[in-house]
Design a protein around this ligand. Structure first.
Ligand SMILES: [Zn+2]
Ligand SMILES: [Zn+2]
Length: 377
């Protein structure tokens, strides 16, 4: 079938403003029908995430050309051949940005977020089966982004990228569970195994950082502090009961965490320099969980002795150490109970045709989550 998708021709070397130079082209592509174990999904909302921007600006190089977008929800329109007990036409699914094979030693050991087959497929811009289902007008393959490629009217995904959820969840909310919530809440709940009463400090209030804040609050944080240069984002954190500091106000941290630092520090900015600051902000014996993705050239350096002498733990958290089929329904239940107000992440809802302009809002640090919906017919 013919679909519309936002295709990036080159990673890095894309001049700003994006709204003017339009690195993402809305192209008509051919989408092959789903094969065994795959689903055709009509996308009805997709969030714009910093990891999309990182492919555009070259911080996270990927094979080109690529149809971007990895945080989305939609309705199953067709199934590949063969019995599928899990999914039916008409199901609402949330797409997770790392499919897991279910067969490897990591998957079987309960760490599907470390699935080697899923990581390899994502790195090569393929679906988990190894196939690419997207072709341009000349018949050349277009790469899938993280098995999803959601800035599009339709996608074909491996069913192991999809989690079925109730249909009544508004699409613009449901989409956010696929990356921001999975990553940000997972970092606090799974990777750091936060305990009630712990004092928590969060660097960065993008979609992931704000989701970490929601999870820390829901998990019974004692002192809860967030640092971000954007006054708008700090206002939302304040509304949620956190103390929000501008970067220049970081000198207040010793006063806010009088016992030598925070029990748990969550770094969501994706800069090695911020991770170093986050490391220093943890108390002796404290934990630092990092979910941001720095440019691969950046190194994280600390005095080696401090790991032992200060007894700190640095935890890398990929996809919030999540098991999507377990965690997405759990976070939705928390959202329904009012304990995880994910709608606080939502900055705007815009048609797909606005995508390049929306990238500027993200790059300028203005937006938290801008959700993209199909253009009105
Ligand atoms: Zn993302
Ligand atoms: Zn696996």
């Amino acid at each position: 079938m013919k679909i519309t998708a936002a295709v990036l021709a080159r990673t890095g070397d894309n001049p700003r403003p994006y709204g003017e130079h339009r690195p993402l082209e809305l192209a008509t592509l051919t989408l092959d029908p789903p094969q065994a174990g795959e689903l055709l999904v009509r996308i009805d909302a997709a969030g714009l995430c910093h990891s999309d921007l990182s492919v555009v600006n070259g911080d996270r190089p990927r094979p080109m050309p690529m149809a971007l977008g990895h945080e989305a929800t939609g309705i199953v329109e067709a199934l590949g051949p063969g019995d599928d007990m899990q999914f039916a036409v008409g199901d609402r699914v949330i797409l997770a940005f790392l499919p897991s094979c279910g067969e490897c030693v990591r998957c079987k050991g309960g760490e599907p977020y470390m699935c080697a087959a899923g990581a390899a497929a994502n790195g090569e811009g393929r679906l988990l089966s190894g196939a690419r289902r997207l072709h341009d007008a000349c018949g050349h393959e277009v790469h899938h982004h993280l098995g999803v490629s959601a800035f599009a009217s339709h996608v074909v995904v491996d069913r192991r990228s999809a989690v079925k959820v109730d249909r009544d969840i508004p699409a613009h909310i449901a989409a956010l569970f696929g990356c921001a919530v999975l990553t940000g809440a997972g970092a606090v709940i799974n990777s750091a195994a936060m305990r009630p009463g712990e004092n928590v400090l969060i660097y960065g209030l993008g979609g992931v950082g704000l989701a970490s804040l929601l999870a820390a609050r829901a998990s019974g944080a004692g002192t809860l502090v967030a640092i971000d240069p954007s006054a708008e984002k700090r206002a939302i954190a304040t509304e949620l009961g956190a103390e929000a500091l501008d970067i220049e106000e970081a000198h207040r941290l010793p006063e806010l965490f009088p016992n030598g630092g925070a029990d748990l520090v969550v770094e969501t900015v994706g800069r090695a320099a911020v991770l170093k600051t986050a490391y220093a902000a943890a108390r002796r014996g404290g934990r630092i969980v990092t979910v941001g993705l720095p440019n691969p050239a950046e190194a994280f350096t600390i005095p080696a002795v401090s790991l032992v002498a200060d007894g700190k733990t640095v935890i890398g958290s990929y996809m919030g150490s999540s098991i999507p089929a377990r965690d997405i329904p759990r976070y939705i239940a928390m959202w329904r109970a009012g304990r995880l107000p994910v709608e606080k992440l939502l900055t705007s809802i815009s048609p797909l045709s606005q995508i390049n302009t929306l990238l500027d809002g993200l790059a300028d640090g203005q937006a938290i989550r801008q959700v993209i919906v199909p253009d009105a017919a």
